[in-house]
Design a protein around this ligand. Structure first.
Ligand SMILES: Nc1ncnc2c1ncn2[C@@H]1O[C@H](COP(=O)(O)OP(=O)(O)OP(=O)(O)O)[C@@H](O)[C@H]1O
Ligand SMILES: Cc1ncc(CO)c(N)n1
Length: 289
C-alpha cells in the first residue's frame, strides 16, 4: 500500500510531552562550524522539535558552504571517554550517528549502542555535499558489518545506497531493490532511501521490511541544501525519542526538512544551510501559536 505525500505537521502538545517523559536524544557525529550539518545541525533540530539534545564529537571538520578544508579525528580514547560521560549519567531515548570516519571509531560506537535498548538512527555519512569524502574505505565495511545491523532505521542518500549495496541506485525501482537489500540482507530494521540527488520531485522511499511508503514533496529549486541529510535524520531521531511510530517520525522529518529547505536564508557563498527554524512558520506548530 503506497502512502500519499504528507499533508500536515503534527507536534505533541505540552501535555503529551509531559505525559510521555522528557525526551532526550544523542547525536554522535562530526562538526560543521557554519552550523548547517553535523552535530550543530543535529542539536538545532532536536531543540526545534522540543527534544533535549546531547552530542558526542567524532571528528572536528573545518568546512563551510564551499567545501571541506581540513579534518581532525579525535583520539579513540576521547571518543570512548565522551561515551562513558554520557551513558554513565543521562540515558538517551534515541541515538543518531552521523560522520564516523574510521573503522576503529565505529567499533567503539557499535559496542556501546549494542548494550543499549534504545532507538538507533544511522545516517551513513560518507561524502559531504561538496564531494569531500568524510570516511575511509575500511570504515564503509565496518559501517555495514558493525553499525548497520543495530539500526532501527538507516537513511542513505543515493550514492550511499550504492556504496552499501554495491549496485547502481538511479531509479525508483533501484531504490526499492536497494531498500530490500539494506533491510533483508544487511540487517537494518528499516530504511529511508533519500532521493534528494534525483531529478523531479523530492522522492524518498521508506521501507520497514514489510511495506513501502513513498514520501513525496515538490523539489525546491535551490543550491542551499548543505546538511539536509543530517537535519532529516536528526528529526527522525527527535520524533522517535518522543515516542512516535517510525512512520510518523519519518513523515514529520520529511515535512520538517521540506520547510527548512524552502525557507533557507541562502547564507554563504556556496551550498548554504537549511533553516532549522522554518517549521515555526507553520500555524500551530510552535507552542505559543
Ligand atoms: N531541493 C530539494 N527540495 C526538496 N527536498 C529536498 C531537496 N534536496 C533534498 N531534499 C530532501 O532532503 C532530505 C535529505 O536528502 P538528501 O538526498 O539531500 O540527503 P544527503 O545527500 O544525505 O544530505 P547532505 O549530505 O547534504 O546532508 C530528503 O528528504 C530529500 O528528499
Ligand atoms: C560533519 C558533517 N557530517 C555530515 C555532513 C554531510 O553533509 C557534513 N558535511 N559534515
Amino acid at each position: 500500500m503506497m502512502e500519499s505525500s504528507i499533508k500536515e505537521i503534527f507536534y505533541p502538545s505540552e501535555e503529551e510531552i509531559k505525559m510521555n517523559r522528557f525526551p532526550v536524544a544523542l547525536t554522535i557525529a562530526g562538526t560543521d562550524p557554519t552550523g548547517g550539518a553535523g552535530i550543530q545541525a543535529d542539536l538545532k533540530t532536536f531543540q526545534e522539535l522540543e527534544v533535549y539534545g546531547m552530542s558526542i564529537l567524532t571528528s572536528v571538520v573545518a568546512q563551510n558552504t564551499q567545501g571541506v578544508s581540513d579534518i581532525h579525528h579525535l583520539p579513540l580514547s576521547m571518543l570512548a571517554a565522551q561515551l562513558e560521560s554520557v551513558f554513565s549519567d543521562i540515558q538517551p531515548h534515541a541515538i543518531k550517528t552521523g560522520m564516523i570516519a574510521t573503522a576503529e571509531m565505529m567499533e567503539i560506537v557499535a559496542s556501546r549502542i549494542k548494550s543499549k535498548q534504545t532507538q538507533y538512527i544511522m545516517d551513513p555519512v560518507m561524502v559531504a555535499t561538496s564531494g569531500h569524502h568524510l570516511i575511509d574505505e575500511q570504515a564503509v565495511a565496518s559501517l555495514k558489518e558493525s553499525l548497520l545491523p543495530l539500526a532501527t532505521v538507516v537513511t542513505p542518500n543515493l550514492p550511499e545506497a550504492e556504496a552499501l549495496t554495491g549496485s547502481p541506485v538511479k531509479t525508483v525501482d533501484d531504490m526499492r531493490e536497494a531498500a530490500k537489500v539494506i533491510v533483508h540482507d544487511l540487517g537494518a530494521g528499516s530504511v529511508v532511501v533519500k532521493g534528494g540527488h534525483m531529478e523531479g520531485d523530492a522522492f524518498d522511499l521508506f521501507y520497514d521490511g514489510f511495506s513501502f511508503h513513498e514520501l513525496i514533496t515538490p523539489r525546491i529549486n535551490t543550491r542551499h541544501t548543505h546538511g539536509t541529510g543530517c537535519t532529516f535524520s536528526a528529526a527522525i531521531a527527535a520524533e522517535l525519542a518522543k515516542g512516535y511510530t517510525l512512520l510518523d517520525a519519518v513523515k514529520t522529518a520529511k515535512q520538517f526538512i521540506q520547510l527548512a529547505i524552502e525557507h533557507t536564508w541562502g547564507l554563504g557563498k556556496g551550498n548554504g544551510p537549511t533553516n532549522h527554524m522554518a517549521h515555526r512558520r507553520v500555524k500551530g506548530a510552535a507552542k505559543n501559536d
